[in-house]
Structures are given as C-alpha cells and as structure tokens.
Design a protein around this ligand. Structure first.
Ligand code: ASP
Length: 605
C-alpha cells in the first residue's frame, strides 16, 4: 500500500509515529516558510505542515501543489500547538510534519468546489456540470457519505436476509418482456437476426419461476430497466431489492419486510424517528379518499374528511346539488393556519390554495376560518350558508379549534382526490409539518386489481398481471373486475412508495382469466408468457413477494430529495449520461452485424 494510515485515522495516540498518507489536496495555505495542506481521502482530512527551512525539497513540491493534486506524504505525527487544535475535525488534535512529499499526480483546476459543500449548498451547483464531471462530484464529502450509506444499506439487507435463510440469485438481464406497465428496452440479437431481447422491467417472472424451482426464499439486489418518460425522479435503470417467498400469505411477507425496514432504518439512521410501529395499514380506498393518493405522507394529518351529509343540509347550492348527484363534499382542517392572519392574509392563503385546486381540475375551493377568540368571526363566504348549529356540527366533526382554517372540496370523486393530493403537501409545508427527521412509514392494502384505461378501453392491472385477487373477491374476477381487490401491498414512507408486492397467482386457470381482461389475446399471452403458464402446471407452490425501490429507500435515509444523489452514475432527464455521452450513434459495421438500419430521423419528424 502507498499509505500506512488513512487521512481520517490519526489521533493523539499516534503522536511520535512516522506515517505515510496519500490523498488529494483539499486546501493549501501558503505562509511563506510554512505551507499547510489539508490532505483528503475517503476517510477524512489530515493537516500536513511543510517547513521550508527543515525540508526544502518537500517544500518545493508542496509549493507547486494545487487543489486536487494527488500527494503521498511521509512525516511524523505531532501534537498541534494549543490554539491551532480543531475540535470540529476528528484529526484536529494532530498534524503531520512532512519529511517527504511526492506528487503522484497533478490536477487541472476543477470546474466546481469539491472541498466546500457548504458553499455549494449556498451557491448551488449546475446540474449538468455535476453530471459531466460526476467523478469529481462524487469526490465531495456529501456524495462520499451517500455512496457509503448505500453500501451499508445493501450490506445490511444481504446480512439480514441471509440470516433468515434467503439466498441471493442473479437473474438474466437479457430476457423477454417482463412488463410492469412501462415500455421495454430492446436489445437486438446478432445471432438471431430480427429478434430482440427485452431488458427486464423487474425480475418478476424469474423470481416466480424460482419459486416453482423450489427455492422458497429468494432475494436479489436487482437492476431493473423501464423505458419511461423521465418525469420527476425516475431513472431508466434503477435498483430493487427483489424478494419472493413460497408458502406464505400476505401477512408473512408484510411482517418480514416491516421488520427488516425498521431494523435497517434504526441501524443506519438511528437519529431518525420512525413515526409509528407497527406501521399503520391504510385501505386503498381510505388512502384515496383521505389523502388523495395511494402513497400518503402520514407525517401530518390534514386528511380530507367526508362531510357530504352535513353539507347536503346546508344552504350552499354547489354542495347540495353535488350531494344530490352523489358527489362527495370533503373538508380539510389546517390546524392553526389562520392564527395571527389578517383578513388579507387569509384571503391570500385561500387564493393560493384555490389556484392549486383549479390546477387539479376543480372549479374553486371554499374555505372558512375559525376565530381565535370568542369575539372573532368566522371568515370565508360560505359561512353564511351554514346555520349556527351546522357550524358547530362542522367544527365538532372536524375537531376544529380557534385559529384553524378549513377547506372544502366538492366535485367528482377523482377531482376531489386530485385537489386533496395537491393542497395537503403545500399546507403541510406552510405549517412546518414536513419533519425530515421523521420516517412516516405505512402500508397501503386492498388495492383494486384493475384500473380502467379509458383511452384503450380496457382494464390495466393496478400492480401487474401476476397479482392474485383477494381470496374473498376471486368470484368477482370475471363479472366485476372493477370491484375485485388484489392482494397487493405497498409500503410507503413520507409520501413515497418504497416497496410494493403481492401474493401471486400460482394457478394456470386464474392466470388465464387475467389476460383477456387486460386486453391480451390468449395467443399473444401464450407467446409472451407460455413458459409461466406451463411452469404453473408443474406443482407451483403458493407464493408472494415484494420489491423495494432501493434508490428511494437510500435517498430517504440519506435525507436526499432526489434518488440521483444516491446513484453513482445516474442519467439526466433525457436519459443521457452526459459524462460518457450515452446514448450515442452506433457504427455502420455494428448496425450491419445486427441487421439493423436506422431510418433517416428527419423523415420521422
Ligand atoms: N415486480 C414488482 C415491481 O417491480 C414487485 C413485486 O410484485 O414483487 O413493482
């Protein structure tokens, strides 16, 4: 090794030893006869002192060194003089008096500050620059921490599951379509002209086949590929903890995964607080009604409460007409939002929320504020349509108190849900309820098996086509597909889906019933999934599983808003790797070998 110690390792106990360190120049301060260098490696920083009078050769090298030069330093560990000790730095009690400095490599001036995360947070950092020089971006302390955290997450999972008799099995990347609702990436076959592999959107089929193979407890840290439009946080390739078990019911899979998630979070991030243990379980229909989404952020309440009955008795035409037409009226209580607000302040808040509601498809958003004291008045124009008794009933139903602001939504169920989803997080932010140190885990269960696709006029699987209907709903599968619930379970944290799975169909007959419902001809289904159906005829055990979005889990634990921050080499929004320049055109020779011709792009557009 070119170093005897790391740059984060040396303490007072090493004083007197001669050591060799190697790393990058984090910062250099030139005080004439003395040069100070903070040498950095993955483990930390150590101060090197170079004295011109005593070690002139070392001083010459130190003098020419610049930020990010790669140095090897031989020197003696000494105690720092009293007032230069740095309590903020683990190695801050000592410094190295350099005897020898070797420049192992020089560096151009980096395009951004690698050594100053605080400055980067303050000034921001151009994303495309970060991506172009990702290898420098990853040198930053924060990114090194994230890489380490991700490693520890994966290591923890492997050890945990190993102890529970799971085995990790790799499944192929070159495979056949394994749909999860996205587009496939295709890879042309050279050996079989005109044929294509599909990159797996998940190892779903393969893990189920491993259950037929008698593995019983499988997992894999698996790369998945989905050719989707890269809105928001998506990456075309991402990592799952993929897991499957035989002879289990829904409860078994949920309990195992909940235990593992709790143990993981408490080991990796003990400073974060898990809001509720065991994780609350929310029915899909309640999640949609109360939170407007199937991945509720339960760190804050702000749920939409149904007040259709009461609102239907009010004098407000919009409400009474809607209730008569079977449309809901729901209210959200924003605790304390009206506190200290002037009339104009209230109106401004209401306006902001109304704009969000309109963007979500509503015609408006009614509101009321409850006065902070007896003398105050209820503000908000719909107040006059409720009698005093009705207002009291409303306050009681919502548990409202002085200083609260209430928002009322009434429209079709879908619109009310969309408005709920749009305004909850904004209200939470205003009220300071988005605590980053709280992990609000919950389960969402009893999803519908299918969601109606109006455009294609067919049912889409709400999870995927291998999900087993709930046993008590199985009889409805063909006649009332829209009412059939699936055995799907999603684990959610702080409003993000972190894992999703289900008990699977292990019976060929049931599987065959699914295909026509989701608009697949039997012929096509047999072509694509004949191997699955055949496998189910050879003693397929009852089985179920789950997959965690590992990038998301790591990002949440790291406190990072974007999964890019925990992926070493992510893609940009256009699916590019700007560092290497991928995707890129293929050479004619390669295309010829693959029997592929690229059409003139101009003609296409
Ligand atoms: N394959 C599913 C997914 O990628 C997870 C599962 O059902 O296990 O979402």
């Amino acid at each position: 090794m070119m170093k005897t110690h790391t740059c984060g390792e040396l303490r007072e106990s090493h004083i007197g030893q001669t050591v060799t360190l190697a790393g990058w120049v984090n910062r250099r301060r030139d005080q004439g006869g003395l040069i100070f260098i903070d040498l950095r490696d993955r483990w930390g920083l150590t101060q090197i002192t170079v004295n011109q009078a005593e070690t002139p050769e070392a001083h010459v090298n130190a003098n020419s060194a610049r930020n990010e030069f790669v140095l090897q330093v031989v020197g003696q560990v000494v105690e720092r003089p009293g007032d230069t000790k740095n309590a903020d730095l683990p190695t801050g009690q000592i410094e190295i008096i350099a005897q020898e400095i070797n420049i192992l490599n020089t560096s151009k001036t980096p395009p951004f500050y690698i050594n100053d995360d605080e400055r980067i947070v303050k000034e921001g950092l151009d994303e495309s620059l970060r991506m172009k020089y990702r290898y420098l971006d990853l040198r930053r302390q924060k990114m090194q921490r994230n890489l380490m955290l991700r490693h520890r997450v994966i290591k923890f999972i492997r050890d945990y599951l190993d102890k529970q008799a799971f085995i990790e099995i790799e499944t192929p990347i070159l495979f056949k379509t394994t749909p999860e609702g996205a587009r496939d990436f295709l890879v042309p076959s050279r050996l079989q002209p005109g044929k294509f592999y599909a990159l797996p959107q998940s190892p779903q089929q393969l893990k189920q086949l491993l259950m037929v193979a008698g593995v019983e407890k499988y997992f894999q840290i698996a790369r998945c590929f989905r050719d989707e439009d890269l809105r928001g946080q998506r990456q075309p390739e991402f990592t799952q903890l993929d897991l499957e078990m035989s002879f289990v019911e829904r409860e078994d899979v949920m309990v195992l995964n909940e235990g593992m998630m709790i143990a993981l979070a408490e080991t990796i991030m003990p400073q974060k607080k898990i809001l509720q243990k065991p994780f609350p379980r929310i029915l899909y229909k309640d999640a949609m009604e109360q939170y407007g989404v199937d991945r509720p952020d339960i760190r804050y309440d702000l749920r939409a409460i149904d007040i259709s009955d009461l609102a239907g008795r009010s004098g407000f035409r919009v409400f009474t007409d809607n209730v008569e037409a079977g449309k809901p009226v729901r209210a959200i209580r924003a605790t304390g939002l009206a506190k200290g607000q002037s009339k104009t302040g209230l109106k401004n808040i209401a306006k902001e929320m109304e704009n969000l509601a309109r963007d979500a498809g509503a015609k408006g958003l009614a509101w009321l504020s409850i006065p902070e004291d007896e003398e105050g008045e209820v503000a908000g124009f719909i107040g006059k349509y409720f009698t005093v008794d009705q207002k009291l009933e409303l306050i009681e139903t919502l548990g409202a108190e002085g200083g609260d602001m209430l928002f009322f939504m009434s429209d079709s169920d879908e619109v009310v849900q969309a408005v709920t989803a749009a305004i909850r997080p904004v209200l939470a932010e205003r009220l300071g309820l988005l605590d980053p140190n709280v992990l609000g885990y919950c389960w969402v269960i009893d999803f519908p098996m299918f969601i109606w696709d109006e455009e294609e006029k067919r049912w889409d699987p709400s999870q995927h086509m291998f999900t087993m209907p709930l046993p008590e709903d199985l009889h409805m599968l063909e006649d009332k597909p829209g009412e059939t619930r699936g055995s799907q379970y999603d684990m959610v944290c702080n409003g993000h889906e972190v894992a999703g799975g289900s008990i699977r169909i292990h019976d060929r007959e049931i599987q065959e019933k699914i295909f026509p419902l989701i608009g697949q001809t039997m012929e096509h289904a047999r072509e694509q999934f004949g191997h699955m159906m055949e496998a189910f005829e050879y003693g397929a055990p009852p089985h179920g599983g789950i997959a965690w979005g590992l990038d998301r889990v790591a990002a949440i634990l790291a406190g990072e808003p974007n999964i890019r921050e925990v992926i070493a080499f992510p893609k940009t929004q256009t699916g590019s790797d700007v560092m290497a320049g991928a995707p890129s055109p293929a050479e004619d020779k390669q295309l010829d070998e693959l029997h592929i011709a690229v059409r003139e792009l101009e003609k296409e557009t």
